[in-house]
Design a protein around this ligand. Structure first.
Ligand SMILES: O=C(O)c1cc(=O)[nH]c(=O)n1[C@@H]1O[C@H](COP(=O)(O)O)[C@@H](O)[C@H]1O
Length: 284
């Protein structure tokens, strides 16, 4: 159990508390390490495992000492099979050694018994892919994520649950009304708020809400961190985030992948520092 005093059954400090402290020291930026084939090409690398490894390790070595959260998107590694996943393991380990928190972007969710296996894969310290947090999909029902919630509570990890995603196609599902009249997104936010109740300074269970979603139409403050993709390459700006999130801006973790990676290997650190300064305006 996570308690207000900040302990978990494993003794590890809860994710929300660790994130809160790191954001105070490093700023609130998350950078995604997403080795797109087009980026490998732009960096002068081959679209093979050697290129992937060079790209991912260069990025994590440059960025993990700078930013609060590193978010590798698993699919870009999985497309190279087991050797790609081995690179992902090294990215995760290196990022954590350099003091960043890792959000493994896998958007997983399944029936409860399988969700437990996903929790074991990403949220249990015994796993080679152990990450500080993971992205989860609640569209098999929020309750189907319970094994992830319980495993995260046990090991001091966090969850970012899809609520209002940055892609336009998300609306048809996420803004649909449930039987009790709430939108699907509102039910997800309410469930997250309940998980973070009485947690101080910040809970470990947060939504994913894109910078590009416009008026969210619901209270987005769940007393937990809000992962905000869509900043940067998808067009989302700090002004958009102010409009979408209002007073909840203090909880944001804006995330960009291509917006930093497109700077190329020599420009990564400067690009990340510019983005850190840019999103610091959310605290003003
Ligand atoms: O969960 C995510 O990270 C995510 C949710 C969402 O709503 N939209 C979204 O773009 N993402 C991820 O965030 C990253 C965005 O990358 P860029 O558009 O290059 O900044 C990708 O890894 C996406 O898979």
């Amino acid at each position: 159990m996570t308690t207000t005093s900040g302990s978990t059954t494993s003794g590890r400090e809860p994710f929300g508390a660790r994130l809160h402290r790191l954001v105070a020291a490093r700023g609130r930026l998350c950078v995604g390490i997403d080795p797109h084939a087009s980026l490998l090409q732009a960096w002068g690398l081959d679209d093979d495992v050697a290129g992937l490894e060079r790209f991912a390790m260069t990025a994590v070595e440059a960025l993990a000492p700078e930013v609060s959260v590193i978010k590798p998107q698993s699919a870009f590694y999985e497309r190279f099979g087991s050797r790609g996943v081995a690179v992902l393991e090294r990215v995760v380990a290196h990022a954590r050694e350099a003091g960043a928190l890792v959000c493994m972007d896998v958007k997983r969710g399944d029936i409860g018994s399988t969700t437990q296996a996903y929790a074991d894969a990403y949220l249990d310290p015994a796993s080679p892919l152990f990450s500080d947090s993971v992205t989860a999909s609640p569209f098999l029902g929020f309750g189907s994520l319970s094994p992830m919630v319980e495993t995260a509570r046990k090991h001091g990890s966090g969850l970012f649950v899809l609520a209002l995603t940055s892609n336009p196609e998300g609306r048809e599902v996420q803004r649909a009304r449930t039987e009790d009249g709430r939108t699907v997104a509102a039910t997800i936010l309410d469930a997250l708020r309940a998980l973070n109740v009485d947690t101080d300074p910040l809970g470990s269970f947060g939504p994913v809400i894109g910078a590009t979603v416009g008026d969210p139409g619901v209270d987005v403050d769940v007393n937990g961190p809000i992962l905000v993709p869509g900043y940067g390459a998808q067009g989302g700006t700090v002004s958009d985030m102010r409009r979408v999130f209002g007073d909840a801006a203090r909880a944001l973790v804006p995330s960009t992948s291509r917006g930093v990676l497109e700077a190329g290997p020599a420009g990564l650190v400067d690009a990340a520092r510019r983005a850190i300064d840019d999103v610091a305006a959310l605290d003003a």
